[in-house]
Design a protein around this ligand. Structure first.
Ligand code: TMP
Length: 234
């Protein structure tokens, strides 16, 4: 399936129409941003690495009955996906304290949590993705109550499957962000699942293998993404 018209360009990906009105091509770029686009850079080959990582993970989830927008990976940087009406909510799932949760609660990174946490953020770059709760979702009409419920059930299912998937590969799934959309009336997991939107730590050494290496200038960014791909394909 060929790329036709560019309909959207985001920070890390471009969306193109195809001959099939129900399908889009999601093209993965090497550009990396952090802190709502204030920090910019290139991670060599990130587009291809992330497409391969995400495609493998979406296939794994589809095999376990998680509904996603993934259809196929026609080339290194292209993912064929079902066209979605994106729900403007970022769903963050946390298993271990890290990042903004560490700052907000004044608890050191790596501290365990008694329970998994789900957080919701309003997807808006100009506003810096503010944190919201289910009342905001209903009051501002961001999603229907049953849509939000389905998103949260799916997010917890993804967490169970991926925590096990990464654990078997020597990686701790610390936290991650998901986006959902509607296709033919059904809620599907969209976007990507990659080291850009997940915190992945080496289980033994706790070394960071994700975009925090870029955000915090820790070096060896490409190497970390390559290592994640290698393990994800095991
Ligand atoms: P946080 O600790 O900065 O709130 O991030 C939680 C998780 O969500 C982390 O795995 C990175 C991911 N994330 C994104 O994918 N996009 C974002 O804009 C933010 C803020 C976080």
């Amino acid at each position: 399936m060929k790329r036709l018209e560019k309909i959207y360009e985001g920070k890390a990906k471009i969306l193109y129409t195809t001959e099939d009105p129900n399908l889009l091509i999601q093209y993965f770029k090497d550009e990396a941003t952090a802190f709502d686009g204030k920090k910019k850079g290139i991670i060599q080959d990130k587009g291809a690495l992330n497409n391969k990582i995400s495609s493998r993970i979406f296939r794994y989830l589809e095999d376990r009955s998680v509904k996603t927008h993934f259809v196929d990976m026609p080339s290194d940087r292209e993912m064929l996906v079902k066209k979605l009406r994106i729900i403007p909510i970022e769903v963050v799932v946390r298993n271990v304290v890290a990042g903004s949760l560490s700052k907000r609660m004044g608890v050191e990174e790596g501290a365990p949590l008694k329970e998994t946490i789900i957080e919701l953020y309003y997807k808006s770059d100009p506003l810096g993705d503010p944190m919201i709760n289910e009342y905001h979702v209903k009051a501002f009409g961001l999603a229907e109550a049953d849509e939000l419920r389905k998103m949260e059930v799916s997010a917890l299912k993804v967490n169970r499957f991926l925590s096990e998937f990464f654990d078997e590969r020597g990686i701790m799934l610390v936290d991650f962000k998901l986006e959902f959309g509607v296709h033919k009336g059904e809620i599907l997991l969209g976007d990507e699942i990659t080291p850009d939107g997940c915190r992945l730590w080496d289980k033994e050494t706790r070394e960071k293998m994700d975009k925090d290496r870029f955000r915090r200038d820790l070096g060896k960014v490409e190497e970390a993404y390559q290592e994640v791909l290698r393990k994800v394909l095991e």
